[in-house]
Write a protein that binds this ligand. Structure first.
Ligand code: ADP
Ligand code: 5GP
Length: 207
C-alpha cells in the first residue's frame, strides 16, 4: 500500500547509498559532493549516536536525544527510521525536501533496514550498494578509522556479515560497487550517475 506521508516529492530522482559500516560510503559521497556541489545535496539524517571528532551537527547528522527522535517519529516527521548498533537513525521528510527544493539530486546514506523501508514509499530512488572487497578488509578499515570502541566494532562487523548476504538478493540494488581501489569505485559511482548528473546540470543551467 502506498503511504501518503511519503508521496514522491518534486525534483530529480534521489539516490540511496547503502552498504556495511566502513565500506567507504562517506568517503565516496564526499568526493562526489566536492566534484559536483551544484548537482548533489546530502539528506542530513537524525541520529541518537554521539558525534565523532570533526562531525558537525546539522551537516553530517542532526544529533538528537532518543526522546526527541521518538517524538519526531510519532509526529510523522520521518520517511524512515531504524535502530542500528544501539542507536536510532532516520531520514526526515524535511531533510529530503530541503535538497529537492534546490533542484539537486538528494543522496541518502542509509542502512539495509532503511533500504527496505524506503522501498515501501513513493520516493523511487536509484539504489546503489557499496561493498568492501571482504569482511577482513572491512574490519581493517573500521580499525584504522579509529571511531569505534571494540564493542561497537564487533557489532558493526556482525551486522555487516548479515547485510552483505542480504544485499546480494536480486532486485535489492540497481547498482553494486565493490570499493577495493577508491578511484575505481568512484569511477563506477560516477558512471552510474552520469545520466542524472547531465540532466540536472542542463536543467539548472537553463533556469
Ligand atoms: P562508511 O561511510 O561506509 O562507514 P568510510 O567512508 O568512513 O565508510 O570509510 C571507512 C574507512 O575506510 C575510512 O577510514 C576511509 O578513509 C577508508 N577507506 C574508504 N575507501 C577506501 C579504499 N578504497 N581503500 C582504502 N581505505 C578506504
Ligand atoms: P554511522 O554511525 O557509521 O554514521 O552510521 C551507521 C549506519 O547507519 C550506516 O550504515 C548508515 O548508512 C546508517 N544510517 C545513517 N543515517 C541513516 C538514516 O537516516 N536511516 C537509516 N535507516 N540508516 C542510516
Amino acid at each position: 500500500m502506498r503511504d501518503s506521508k511519503t508521496k514522491a516529492m518534486a525534483g530529480p530522482r534521489p539516490v540511496v547509498l547503502s552498504g556495511p559500516s566502513g565500506a567507504g560510503k562517506s568517503t565516496l559521497l564526499k568526493k562526489l559532493m566536492q566534484e559536483y556541489d551544484s548537482v548533489f545535496g546530502f539528506s542530513v539524517s537524525h541520529t541518537t549516536r554521539t558525534p565523532r571528532p570533526g562531525e558537525q551537527d546539522g551537516k553530517d547528522y542532526h544529533f538528537v536525544t532518543r526522546e526527541a527522535m521518538q517524538a519526531g517519529i510519532n509526529n510523522g516527521e520521518f520517511i524512515e527510521s531504524a535502530e542500528f548498533s544501539g542507536n536510532m537513525y532516520g531520514t526526515s521528510k524535511a531533510a529530503v525536501q530541503a535538497v529537492q527544493a534546490k533542484n539537486l539530486i538528494c543522496i541518502l546514506d542509509i542502512d539495509m533496514q532503511g533500504v527496505k523501508n524506503i522501498k515501501r514509499t513513493d520516493l523511487n530512488p536509484l539504489y546503489i550498494s557499496i561493498q568492501p572487497p571482504s569482511i577482513d578488509v572491512l574490519e581493517n578499515r573500521l580499525r584504522h578509522r579509529k571511531t569505534e570502541s571494540e564493542e561497537s566494532l564487533q557489532r558493526r562487523l556482525q551486522i555487516a556479515t548479515v547485510d552483505m548476504e542480504l544485499s546480494k538478493e536480486p532486485g535489492m540494488f540497481d547498482v553494486q560497487i565493490v570499493n577495493d581501489n577508491l578511484e575505481d569505485a568512484y569511477g563506477q559511482l560516477k558512471h552510474a550517475l552520469l545520466e542524472e548528473i547531465n540532466v540536472v546540470k542542463k536543467v539548472n543551467m537553463s533556469s
